[in-house]
Ligand binder design. Structure first.
Ligand code: SF4
Ligand code: SF4
Length: 78
């Protein structure tokens, strides 16, 4: 189901599917939260103390990859 048109994330959900998306290795992630505000479409969330990347929202921009201090975020084919 799509977000309502007046929701700011609607435009991100309407984009073509990216070739790659970010995934998190929960064995490496220390839940520091550094990556959350770096994601333009707000695809990264903390849920029940675990980091989650919403694959339907990730645009594959890679802005979260390098800043992660423990290398927990990587790109995989979408
Ligand atoms: S920056 Fe890295 S270690 Fe920190 S919450 Fe994000 S994925 Fe986890
Ligand atoms: S690749 Fe870009 S859109 Fe995807 S989770 Fe990382 S910062 Fe967000």
């Amino acid at each position: 189901m799509l977000d309502a048109p007046d929701n700011g994330r609607y435009r991100w959900r309407m984009r073509p599917a990216p070739p790659e998306i970010a995934v998190v290795d929960l064995q490496l992630c220390d839940r520091c939260g550094l990556c959350l505000p770096l994601c333009p479409p707000e695809a990264i969330h903390l849920r029940l103390a675990d980091l989650v990347v919403d694959r339907s929202v990730c645009t594959g921009c890679r802005k979260c990859i390098a800043p992660c201090p423990v290398g927990a975020l990587t790109m995989v084919p979408a």
